[in-house]
Design a protein around this ligand. Structure first.
Ligand code: K2U
Ligand code: ZN
Length: 171
């Protein structure tokens, strides 16, 4: 089921999320709904707080052409980051139509638990590395605009407040 995506500013996008204690049917439904919502947006990543669920769950599929590779990461954590960094013109489904360059470690090693409760670990590079760091930031209540200067961040926040007022008027 496609769920509505929260738009910045929203307190739920700034709160750190709670670890998943047990992989219940509810968590499985959440993961499925997050993938449905991500593909519909369309996007290549989505974190649970973006649909208002304060749990450490993220989904991503950064495959452009070729068979999709939907991934569900539960309680993910970065266990190693490369010295080398890379920059990417990032966007965010919670901050529509705003893009800015963000520098992050080029390669990261991430550990998580999958939907079967099996521990996983993988080293990501390229767009996958950018995406997984962007999503884990969401779980810590951090947005890509937090890496920008105060003026640019404030300008984007003002634009989002205007967008939310317009959407509220349209009903
Ligand atoms: O978390 C989100 O809001 C989804 C993000 C994930 C993302 C942001 C920046 C860089 C990589 C991933 C995007 O809005 S998904 C849209 C998108 C599509 C292709 C490339 C970059 C972003
Ligand atoms: Zn985002």
């Amino acid at each position: 089921m496609i769920r509505p995506i929260l738009i910045h500013p929203d307190p739920r996008l700034k709160k750190p999320c709670d670890p998943v204690a047990e992989i219940t049917a509810e968590v499985r439904i959440l993961a499925k709904d997050m993938l449905d919502t991500m593909y519909d947006a369309p996007g290549i990543g989505l974190a649970a707080p973006q649909v208002g669920v304060m749990k450490r769950v993220l989904v991503m599929d950064c495959i452009k052409d070729g068979p999709p590779r939907p991934m569900v990461l539960i309680n993910p954590r970065v266990v190693w980051s490369s010295e080398e960094s890379s920059s990417y013109e990032e966007g965010c489904l919670s901050i529509p139509d705003q893009y800015a360059e963000v520098r992050r470690p080029a390669d990261v090693r991430v550990e998580w638990v999958d939907l079967d409760g099996a521990p996983q670990d993988e080293q990501f590079t390229g767009l996958w590395a950018t995406c997984v760091q962007h999503e884990i930031d969401h779980l810590d209540g951090k947005l890509f605009i937090d890496y920008l200067g105060p003026l640019k961040r404030q300008m984007i926040t003002r634009k989002m407040e205007k967008l939310k007022r317009e959407r509220a008027r349209q009903g």
